[in-house]
Design a protein around this ligand. Structure first.
Ligand SMILES: Nc1ncnc2c1ncn2[C@@H]1O[C@H](COP(=O)(O)OP(=O)(O)OP(=O)(O)O)[C@@H](O)[C@H]1O
Ligand SMILES: [Mg+2]
Length: 252
């Protein structure tokens, strides 16, 4: 399928204008943020990969907030905040947009628990109208396992023509859960949705034809699936775990 017919292309490109007065302050000290410049986004799926602390969540959160979503995840109507970790980056992010998604959602693994609690609180209100949990499979997300709550959200809450930000969705998902996510991504991008995904998982990263950005201490660059660090590292490890363990435990 031609690239132009995949995905919604709601975010065409993103530019970060590093303010001269704040260049020495976080988050502009993160190499991937400092050297971001202007980057195209795939109309269907754009991935961010990189080591812990390379700036993936900082970028995904700033992007999600820039398009009107809640910094801790969830929908644009979820205005709760349990920690004031909101980044200064959003103000300096220019998002080149086209069209309006029918719906949007930010699945942020590290604070998904708070989203589930927020939905339960809203659903306890006797004057609250239709239960929000109906959009998440009809059951409180707290009464499902960690992975089940992610899968319920992915399969019920996400839909065609949407714009979705996922930050480490694999943190709750088994191998088969990751395959379910790939299937959801495939179905929804064929139906005009766009995804921006930060991941460490070579399985989650396997959506065909996607744009992959690799973030590291030198900055940010595009890469291919077979050259992406999560793929190379996991392949190497599985090829010979004993070699890694020998080095790791060399001092024991
Ligand atoms: N509120 C904050 N104030 C100052 N520094 C922060 C703040 N939040 C994150 N950082 C730092 O910014 C850098 C990038 O963090 P970020 O959370 O974006 O990394 P990441 O690529 O998502 O890592 P991971 O794979 O561990 O989730 C890290 O060095 C982190 O310590
Ligand atoms: Mg992160």
């Amino acid at each position: 399928m031609a690239a132009a017919s995949r995905g919604g292309g709601f975010i065409r490109a993103v530019r970060i204008d590093v303010p001269a007065t704040a260049a020495s302050q976080w988050p502009f000290t993160i190499p991937s943020i400092a050297s971001f410049g202007r980057r195209s986004f795939d109309p269907a799926v754009t991935y961010l990969v990189g080591e812990n602390g390379s700036g993936k969540s900082t970028l995904v959160e700033a992007l999600a907030v820039a398009v009107g979503l809640n910094a801790e995840g969830g929908t644009r109507n979820m205005g709760f905040s349990t920690a004031d970790s909101h980044t200064a980056l959003t103000k300096h992010l220019v998002v080149e947009r086209r069209g309006r998604p029918r719906t949007d959602f930010f699945l942020r693994a590290e604070s998904f628990f708070n989203v589930a609690s927020h939905i339960d609180r809203l659903d306890e209100d006797p004057l609250g109208g239709p239960k929000i949990r109906e959009a998440y499979g009809g059951q409180s997300l707290h009464t499902r396992s960690h992975g089940e709550s992610f899968i319920a959200t992915l399969t019920h809450r996400l839909g065609p023509g949407g714009l979705y930000f996922l930050d480490e969705p694999e943190s709750a998902l088994s191998f088969h859960g990751c395959l379910t996510l790939l299937r959801v991504i495939n179905d929804l991008t064929r139906e005009g949705s766009q995804f921006v995904i930060a991941t460490h998982s070579p399985i989650v990263l396997a959506s065909p034809g996607a744009l992959i950005y690799s973030l590291d201490e030198d900055g940010i660059k595009t890469t291919h699936y077979d050259e992406a660090p999560p793929v190379i590292n996991n392949r190497e490890f599985l090829r010979s775990p004993e070699r890694f363990l020998r080095h790791l435990f060399a001092d024991d």
